[in-house]
Every structure is written in C-alpha cells, then in structure tokens.
Design a protein around this ligand. Structure first.
Ligand SMILES: C[S@@+](CC[C@H](N)C(=O)[O-])C[C@H]1O[C@@H](n2cnc3c(N)ncnc32)[C@H](O)[C@@H]1O
Length: 288
C-alpha cells in the first residue's frame, strides 16, 4: 500500500514520500499540506528531480531529510509555496489605509516621527507597492522623511522579483489610472509588456527574505502590518502564534490587515479590535 504511486507519472511518489515532504514544509515554513495536494507536490517537485538527475521521490527525500541540505530544502519550500497576488487585491484595505490610517501617519512623519509599514508574506511585492503608490500619492515627498515599508517573504525568488518591480499587464489592471499614469511605466521584455514601478516606490520599499517562524531581526515596532492570504496555509497553533507575535511588534493602536478567509485566533483575539473588513487595530499593550 505504502509503495503505491499517489500520483501517476514518471517518478514514483508514495504516501511515505509525501508525508516526509509535508513534514519538511511544516517544520521549515509552518505550512500544512494535506494528501489532497499530492498532485501539486508532484508537479512542482518533479522539476527538481529532473534538475538533480534523480529517478524517484524516495531519492529526493533522502537528500532533503538531511537537515544540512539547506539549499535544497529552501528550493523545496519555494516550489511549494503559493505566491498568487495582485496589485490592490482586497481593495478595501487600501481605502482604509488611505482614509483612516495614513493621514495620522503622514502628520507624524512631517513632524519628524518615524513610520514603518510591513508587508509580511509579500510574494513578489505587489501588496507593498500598492501601499507605496497610495502613500506617494498622498505624500509625494515621502522619501524626505523617516517613512519606510518592509516587504518580506520566505521565497527568495519572490524577493528578487520584488526588487526588480516589473509586472505583467494582468497584475496591474486594478491600479487606479491616476497612480498608474504617474508611477508605472510600460516597457517591453521580449514580446511581453511589463509595467515598471517608479524608482521612488522602489526606494520606499525594502525587500528582505524572512521566514515568519524564524527570529525577527526588526528591533522597533510597526504602525501597520499587512499579512494577507499567508496564515491560511498554517495550522491553528501556528496561526495563533503568528497573530500574537504581530501584536507584540505593532505600536498600540497599530493596524493589521489580514486575508478575506483568515480570522484572528488565540490570545491575540483579546488584543485586536475590529476596525473594518478583516482590518484589526491593536489595543494598548499587545502580547509582548
Ligand atoms: C498567497 S501569497 C500572498 C501574497 C500577498 N500577501 C497577497 O495577499 O497578495 C502567500 C505568500 O506567503 C509566503 N509564505 C508562506 N509561508 C511563509 C513563511 N513561513 N514565512 C514567510 N512567508 C511565507 C509565500 O512564499 C507567498 O509568497
């Protein structure tokens, strides 16, 4: 039974192989994977087997089950993460940011204060750049102030794409025309149209590779955290752990935007106060 193929194809993927791979993904990235995702695991990792010249998932598991195989484990995680994103996805968060949050933050920055926004699980940067475009529209001289965005993701390929900041036409279709005309420029990459984010926006956003379940190197708190459509891939305990850690790094009154199907759970549920659709304000104190 155990040696039977879970997915038909060139390489044998057994239940035991799948469980080893799922355990590594859970240990390294906090992501839970059910057996219903076997075809996805097969499709995404078959490429790695080909590159490495292996003939079965059993051989692949022998490589990645060694804790020292840092590089290949990172490739495994990158291959199995879901990076779907879009500019101005869940637009109501950017409306809330513009109307309720940024006026106060901009005033503080203009008085010499510090403002920090974090896109945690940023994929290739479209979430962070959406916020950056709204900020630039409201404060075109923002780069003269202590106002910065951090965009982090576990997947180094996404971080590299974010730093480049060039996107396909389909990615930017929800960018309001006024913002597109001012801070995106059209270029050609081979036969494809790409939209390049302006230098000001690129300077506003710092991209960093970061596993949300590793130690966070940031020393000072954030005013706003976007962590949308990321926790959905984690199990209940990991989600609760993450919300509590966010509460611990937000300023009192700071905001957390989460994905449409996510809910704040665990001890942090008593600390976050609802402030709109999947929009939460951190009450005084936080979990520290
Ligand atoms: C579906 S995308 C969401 C992107 C963006 N937040 C949005 O809503 O459009 C989820 C992202 O979370 C990242 N991710 C998954 N597990 C992570 C972890 N443990 N630490 C950091 N990022 C993680 C993935 O690499 C992926 O880019």
């Amino acid at each position: 039974m155990d040696a039977a193929a879970l997915v038909p194809g060139e390489y044998l993927l057994t239940v035991s192989d799948f469980r080893q791979i799922a355990a590594i993904l859970h240990d390294d990235a906090g992501i839970s994977l059910s057996e219903s995702k076997a075809a996805l695991v097969y499709a995404r990792l078959a490429k790695r087997l080909r590159v490495l010249g292996l003939s079965s998932f059993r051989d692949y598991c022998a490589i990645v089950s060694n804790g020292n195989a840092v590089d290949e484990r990172q490739k495994l995680v990158a291959a199995l993460t879901t990076n779907v994103t879009k500019f101005f996805r869940e637009k109501h968060h950017f409306d809330h940011l513009r109307q309720k949050v940024l006026p106060g933050l901009i005033e503080r920055a203009r008085k010499g204060g510090r403002v920090r926004i974090w896109s945690a699980g940023c994929s290739n940067g479209q979430e962070a750049y959406s916020a950056a475009l709204v900020i630039l529209q409201m404060m075109p001289d923002v780069l003269d102030y202590d106002f910065k965005l951090l965009a982090s993701d576990i997947d180094p390929n996404m971080i590299a794409e974010g730093r480049i900041g060039a996107y396909a036409e389909s990615a930017i279709e929800d960018v309001p025309a006024e913002l597109r005309n001012r801070w995106l420029s059209r270029s050609r990459d081979g036969g494809e149209t790409r939209w390049q984010v302006a230098e000001e926006a690129r300077q506003l956003v710092a991209f960093r590779e970061l596993n949300l379940f590793a130690r966070w190197p940031m020393k000072r708190p954030f005013d706003v955290i976007f962590c949308r459509n990321v926790a959905i891939y984690f199990d209940k305990d990991k989600q609760a752990d993450l919300w509590a850690r966010f509460a611990g790094v937000l300023v009192p009154g700071g905001h957390l935007y989460i994905g449409h199907s996510e809910r704040i759970s665990g001890p942090a549920a008593d600390i976050f106060v609802n402030d709109g659709i999947t929009t939460w304000r951190c009450a005084q104190g936080g979990v520290r």
